[in-house]
Ligand binder design. Structure first.
Ligand SMILES: Cc1cc2nc3c(=O)[nH]c(=O)nc-3n(C[C@H](O)[C@H](O)[C@H](O)COP(=O)(O)OP(=O)(O)OC[C@H]3O[C@@H](n4cnc5c(N)ncnc54)[C@H](O)[C@@H]3O)c2cc1C
Length: 457
């Protein structure tokens, strides 16, 4: 769509309210539709989600009609943008699923240096749009992840320590709420607060987003460090050493610690060339831990980011947030168990990513975990169904052993009992109040969606 038309029809222009129900049922996919099985497919191919209807909506008017229809049929509503939710909340069983994948228009506005985008934009196209303009929106790595879900739950990646989360760059959103009315954060600031980390499928369907962008670095540096021949004592020593080094990491740098099978791989990246002081000092410290490396690479940013785009096609997996940590102390008592479990379970991965930096100084928002400089992720991938049960049990065992109380909403864990406080901390009561304002009948509902306050309905 030509840019001007996109801006006036979907992004910034007011959307008309739908005043009467119209016959729409025939245009929605049902289990009998030939396209249903493809349309309900998510990136995690282990999921078997079965919504009652799938409504592929092209604008706010169609979203409002779908909501009205769901209300008449007595169905919950779920919303999908990029379909990367680990647990399938975007295609909830028995719901009317609003698929916004086609809302993938995006436009960079040079005068304001803002990006206006639909929630269905995938991260690969986001970078393809901004980098040729010399601009960047700090976001995640994998190219297929949807900007909608990523932003609404937070959104971190290689540049988050330097500039903050994706949701910290959000300046305006438009949402069709539970009563089918469009709400603009220009008129309701609380909506922006909620969508910065607390908006995944909770209140309505976000149909457009506007972001501040950053000047993209010309060069991006990366270096990998490896350790093999591991036992749990060695893993513990290396993990403690890595945490210690990363506690003082310079903000343009990011690091990830990945224990996978019998190997530790540590990634170090920077938005400055590897010859920079901070990168050199960190490299030296990592080598002193006894890690090996083939040296650093310095590439144009657009080319470098493609290395982390990941696999485009769906695959079966079971991944969870492994919790936020302040330092190695939070893992010290579980480190031996985690190491032994990963070393003895092929397909199981334990990863810790660095947060902190600018994230800690982010705007007032629903994202509650700004003070944690580290985030863990427990992952399992399999090729044969016969491996599934053992891997799922291993992930759950590691999670139980670590026992963190704080978790990343965008890495949901279906087994969490206290997910409300784990994901949203002290923001949860305000999110419940906003639920009452935007979706008082709790139409937008999935297994871990914000519930209306007790007695509010
Ligand atoms: C391979 C892979 C790589 C990842 N890498 C990163 C990473 O680098 N950094 C990071 O922070 N996260 C990462 N994630 C996690 C990712 O941020 C979440 O899975 C995110 O929620 C996906 O968004 P989506 O739009 O693709 O998914 P969807 O499944 O479409 O949606 C996810 C959630 O958001 C809600 N939602 C989606 N769109 C809307 C909307 N328009 N309005 C209201 N609610 C909506 C859905 O209802 C659902 O609850 C990764 C996930 C995967 C599978």
């Amino acid at each position: 769509m030509e840019r001007r038309r996109f801006l006036t029809t979907t992004a910034l222009a007011g959307l008309p309210f739908v005043s009467r129900a119209e016959p729409v049922k025939g245009s929605y996919l049902t289990p009998d539709s030939p396209e249903y099985d493809v349309a309900r497919g998510l990136f995690n191919s282990d999921l078997d989600m079965r919504p009652t209807y799938i409504a592929r909506c092209r604008d706010g008017v169609e979203v409002a009609k779908a909501i009205r229809f769901a209300r008449e049929e007595g169905l919950a509503v779920s919303v999908k943008s990029g379909g990367h939710c680990f647990i399938g909340s975007s295609m909830a069983n028995g719901s009317l699923a609003i698929d916004l994948g086609v809302l993938s228009q995006r436009a960079y506005l040079p005068d304001s240096r803002k990006l206006v985008a639909g929630p269905g934009v995938k991260l690969g196209s986001l970078y393809d749009t901004l980098l040729p303009q010399g601009r960047l929106l700090p976001a995640g790595s994998c190219s297929g992840v949807g900007l909608g879900g990523l932003t609404l739950g937070g959104g971190y990646g290689l540049f988050a320590r330097q500039w903050g989360l994706t949701c910290d760059h959000l300046t305006r959103v438009k949402m069709v709420g539970g009563r089918g009315r469009e709400i603009d954060s220009e008129q309701d600031e609380d909506l922006l607060w909620a969508c910065r980390g607390g908006g995944n499928g909770n209140f309505g369907a976000i149909i457009s987003m506007e972001f501040n962008t950053r000047a993209a670095p010309k060069t991006f540096a990366a270096q990998r460090f490896l350790a093999k021949g591991l036992n749990s004592a060695k893993v513990g020593k290396l993990m403690e050493g890595w945490f210690g080094i990363c506690e003082d990491l310079a903000e343009p740098l990011f690091s990830a610690f990945v224990l996978n099978g019998n190997q530790i791989s540590i990634l170090l990246t920077s938005s400055y060339p590897s010859s920079g002081k901070a990168f050199q000092a960190t490299t030296k410290a990592l080598l002193q831990l006894g890690l090996s490396t083939k040296g650093a690479s310095n590439s144009p940013t657009a080319k470098a980011l493609k290395r982390y785009y990941g696999r485009p096609d769906p695959l079966p997996f079971y991944n969870l947030s492994g919790g936020y940590y302040r330092s190695f102390d939070d893992l010290a008592s579980s480190c031996d168990f985690v190491s032994q479990k990963v070393l003895s379970t092929p397909g199981l991965i334990f990863q810790v990513n660095t947060l902190g930096g600018a994230i800690a100084r982010g705007p007032e928002s629903a994202y509650p975990h700004r003070s944690y400089p580290f985030l863990g992720e427990i992952q399992a991938y399999w090729q044969r169904d016969s491996q599934r049960e053992r891997l799922v049990a291993a992930v759950n065992a590691v999670q139980g052993e670590i026992g963190s109380a704080a978790h990343y909403r965008n890495y949901p864990d279906p087994t969490l009992k206290n997910w409300e406080t784990a994901y949203y901390g002290e923001s949860y009561p305000k999110l419940q109040e906003l639920k009452q304002r935007y979706d008082p009948d709790d139409l937008f509902r999935h297994s871990q969606s914000v519930r209306p306050s007790a007695g509010a309905r």
